[in-house]
Design a protein around this ligand. Structure first.
Ligand SMILES: C[S@@+](CC[C@H](N)C(=O)[O-])C[C@H]1O[C@@H](n2cnc3c(N)ncnc32)[C@H](O)[C@@H]1O
Length: 298
């Protein structure tokens, strides 16, 4: 009931509301003391972290650092990440995975881009990234949830990187905020900028199981083009796709599914075993890996 009232007063994401944002800023000093005691003083403040990971999960940075380490382990295990890998993170937010990667990658091998300026600017200021020469760039791309006044469009955007530049491109909780034509363009761009045999890892809500089950925390009752969505008035809040959509889009640009999908816990369905390595109350999305074919072997 309280949740329903809160949703009516504060539509969309809560951190966009100036009053809520003000309250988050009041929590920042307490958050700083608590996370400093755990050796995490270098992380961004609570009021910034909530933009990436949500309000409840981000309390005292309980999940932020741990999640980043788990994502980097997935990249090691399924995408051949090593200290020499040249990595692009699209939608890096305030650096959840970049912090973990800073102890794995050599200087200058990480590039992070995002459309949400406050989170991105926070990355640019973190001393740990300055020391490591990590690169961050703001993309002024329009998205109703994250950058409503953006000047460029995700469905036609060309990344400013040369073809065959990266060993790994990854996205955590980014396609979950993007509509069909935007995702199609990003997939084509990802294939272009990946080196042959490079990997793409991304998280998503796969619609193949439990799209409308009432055991879910989330349901996706609406459908347009290839995307399913949760909120009719702002689809970008939570978007899902079928596995077949990804398989055929990646195939059209020379990339194939690398390994089985890793199933997340967002469905709360006991019949679907979680295989991402995240616990039931941790990061809940499904995770996929695609590999770019080696032209010479074709
Ligand atoms: C839920 S947050 C996740 C942030 C970060 N990946 C993490 O794991 O903490 C979603 C992020 O996707 C970014 N985003 C949304 N649409 C995007 C687009 N078209 N291109 C790049 N980033 C985008 C948002 O600005 C936001 O930072």
């Amino acid at each position: 009931m309280l949740k329903k009232i809160a949703k009516k007063i504060f539509p969309g994401v809560s951190w966009k509301n100036p009053i809520v944002n003000f309250v988050f800023k009041l929590i920042d000093p307490i958050d700083y003391i608590a996370r400093s005691a755990r050796g995490l003083s270098y992380l961004p403040p609570y009021s910034i972290r909530v933009r990436s990971t949500g309000v409840s999960k981000e309390c005292l940075a309980m999940n932020f650092y741990k999640d980043g380490v788990k994502f980097s382990n997935l990249l090691k295990d399924h995408a051949s990440l090593n200290s020499e890998s040249k990595v692009l993170e699209i939608g890096c937010g305030c650096g959840r995975t970049a912090f973990a990667l800073s102890s794995i990658l050599d200087d200058g091998n990480y590039y992070g881009v995002d459309i949400e300026k406050i989170s991105l600017d926070s990355c640019k200021k973190r001393p740990i990234f300055l020391k490591k020469n990590f690169h961050f760039e703001h993309l002024d791309i329009q998205n109703d949830e994250y950058n409503p006044d953006g000047k460029s469009r995700a469905d036609t955007y060309k990344f400013l990187y040369d073809s065959n530049s990266f060993n790994i491109v990854f996205m955590i909780s980014v396609f979950t905020h993007m509509l069909t034509d935007d995702v199609k363009n990003y997939i084509a761009e990802i294939s272009r900028i990946l080196k042959p045999e490079g990997y793409c890892m991304f998280s998503t809500f796969l619609m193949d199981h439990g799209r409308n089950s009432n055991t879910n925390d989330l349901s996706f009752p609406y459908n347009e083009s290839c995307h399913y969505f949760h909120n009719q008035s702002m689809p970008e809040i939570a978007v899902g796709y079928d596995l077949d959509f990804y398989v055929s889009e990646f195939a059209s640009v020379g990339m194939t599914l690398a390994g089985d999908p890793l199933w997340g816990s967002w469905r709360k369905n006991p019949d679907i075993t979680t295989t991402t390595g995240f616990g039931p109350d941790e990061f809940g999305q499904d995770i996929l890996f695609f590999k770019k074919e080696n032209e010479k072997e074709k």
